[in-house]
Design a protein around this ligand. Structure first.
Ligand code: PLP
Length: 384
C-alpha cells in the first residue's frame, strides 16, 4: 500500500493538538522578526517600537478576553501558564491552607503542577466526573475542605471536547472561600472566556491558528501569586524573560480573528464533525462516542472502535492519509491508556480503542467524507 506518511496531502483531523498558522497572523508577526527585532525591554527606539507592539497586543487581547490588560501575563505556552497559575496562586495562599482539588480529567500541565506542590506540603484531591466526563459543582464542593485554597477545573477537555459547568463550579468554589483556576486552552478563540468565570485561566496561541511557543495566563486583580520564572522585571516582575514580540503580536491577531469568526466557524466545524460521526455510527458496528451525551466543543470527536487497538488504527489511518490521534497527542505521544477516559470509567475495550478526531475551519465536506471512508476501511481491515 502506498504510504501517505508525512505527505501534506493528508487530511488533517488533529486540530485539538495544534492548528495551522493563519496567513493573516503570519503577516502580523512578520515585521517583528526582521525590521522591528528590538527587545521590548530596551530603552532605545528599537526597544520602544517592540514595547509599543506588546502594549497594543496586550490591549487587544484584554478586550477580546474581557479583562484588564494588567491581569494578563505573557508566557511561552499553555503549560507554563498552568504552572504559573496553579503553583503561583497556591504557594501565595499557603498560609491559609495547603489543600488543592483538581479534576481528574485535567491536562497533564495541570495535574503535574498540582502534584509538584506536594513537595511544599500540599495535599491534592482528585474530583471525578460522571460517565459523560462532566464534573458537577456538588462533587467539587464535596471534595473541598476548610484548608482548600485552590480548585482547578478546565473549560473543556482536550480529548473529548466535553465542556464543564465552570460558572456553577466557580460559585461553589467561591462559597467555600477558595480560588478557581480554569485551563481554557481548548476553548480560547472558540467560545468567549466570559462563559468560564474563574480567578485565573490559561490560553495557548497555537490552539487558535496562532503561533507555537506563546501563551498567556490571566490572573484576576486581587489574586496574589508567586512568580515561577525568576529573572528580569518583565511582566511587572512576575514572569522574567525577554518577551516574544512576534509571538505576542501573532497571538493577539489570532485571538481577535478567531473570535470575530467564531459564530460562523463553530457552526461549520460542528456540521463537519456531526456529519463524520453520523457516517461512522451508521456504517461501523460497535462504536461509541466518548462524551457524546455531554455538551461538547464543535471540533472534537472521541470514538471507541471496539476490537481495534487505538494505536494501530491511528497508524493505519496515517497510511491511508488521515491524521488523527490516540488520546492526547499534545501530551507526548505516549501510548498509555487515557487518564481522561479512565476517570470517566469507560470499559477496558472502549479505553483501548479510543481515537480522537478534531476538525478545523479549513477542513472540507469532501475531506470529511474521504476520512470517514478511510476509517470504515481501516477498522474493517483491523477487525479482520
Ligand atoms: N491544557 C490543555 C487543555 C491542552 O490541550 C494543552 C495542549 O494540548 C495544554 C494545556 C498545553 O498547552 P501548550 O501545548 O501550549 O503547552
Amino acid at each position: 500500500m502506498p504510504s501517505n506518511k508525512g505527505s501534506n496531502q493528508s487530511i488533517y483531523l488533529d486540530h485539538a493538538s495544534t492548528t495551522p498558522l493563519d496567513g493573516e497572523v503570519l503577516a502580523a508577526m512578520r515585521p517583528y522578526f526582521c525590521e522591528e527585532f528590538g527587545n521590548a525591554s530596551s530603552q532605545h527606539a528599537y526597544g520602544m517600537r517592540a514595547a509599543n507592539a506588546v502594549v497594543a497586543a496586550r490591549d487587544e487581547m484584554a478586550v477580546a478576553l474581557g479583562i484588564s490588560p494588567h491581569e494578563l501575563y505573557f508566557t511561552s505556552c499553555g503549560t507554563e501558564s498552568d504552572n504559573l497559575g496553579i503553583k503561583g496562586i497556591s504557594l501565595a495562599a499557603a498560609e491559609r491552607g495547603k489543600h488543592i482539588v483538581v479534576s481528574a480529567v485535567e491536562h497533564p500541565a495541570v495535574i503535574q503542577s498540582a502534584l509538584d506542590l506536594k513537595e511544599f506540603g500540599f495535599e491534592v484531591t482528585f474530583v471525578y466526573p460522571d460517565e459523560n466526563g462532566v464534573v458537577s459543582p456538588q462533587t467539587v464542593q464535596n471534595c473541598m475542605r476548610a484548608d482548600t485554597v485552590l480548585v482547578a477545573v478546565m473549560s473543556a477537555n482536550n480529548e473529548t471536547g466535553v465542556i464543564q459547568p465552570v460558572k456553577e463550579i466557580c460559585a461553589a468554589v467561591h462559597a467555600m472561600g477558595a480560588y478557581l483556576w480554569c485551563d481554557c486552552v481548548q476553548t480560547a478563540g472558540v467560545l468567549p472566556v466570559s462563559e468560564f468565570p474563574a480567578d485565573g485561566f490559561a490560553i495557548s496561541a497555537h490552539k487558535f491558528y496562532g503561533p507555537k511557543g506563546v501563551g498567556a495566563a490571566c490572573i484576576k486583580r486581587g489574586v496574589r501569586f508567586r512568580r515561577q520564572l525568576a529573572g528580569g522585571q518583565q511582566e511587572r516582575g512576575m514572569r522574567g524573560g525577554t518577551l516574544n514580540t512576534p509571538g505576542i503580536a501573532g497571538m493577539a491577531c489570532a485571538l481577535s480573528l478567531s473570535l470575530k469568526c467564531a459564530a460562523h466557524d463553530n457552526e461549520y466545524v460542528a456540521s463537519l464533525r456531526n456529519a463524520f460521526e453520523s457516517i461512522i455510527l451508521s456504517s461501523v458496528p460497535d462504536v461509541f462516542i466518548n462524551g457524546g451525551a455531554a455538551q461538547r466543543l464543535p471540533s472534537h470527536s472521541n470514538i471507541s472502535f471496539c476490537g481495534c487497538d487505538a494505536q494501530n488504527l491511528v497508524f493505519a489511518l496515517d497510511m491511508r492519509g488521515v491524521a488523527c490521534s490516540a488520546g492526547a497527542a499534545c501530551s507526548s505521544g505516549a501510548s498509555k491508556p487515557s487518564h481522561v477516559l479512565q476517570a470517566m470509567n469507560v470499559s477496558e475495550q472502549r479505553l483501548k480503542s479510543a481515537v480522537r478526531f478534531s476538525f478545523g475551519k479549513n477542513n472540507t465536506v469532501r475531506q470529511v467524507e474521504c476520512a470517514a471512508e478511510a476509517v470504515i476501511a481501516a477498522v474493517k481491515a483491523i477487525r479482520g
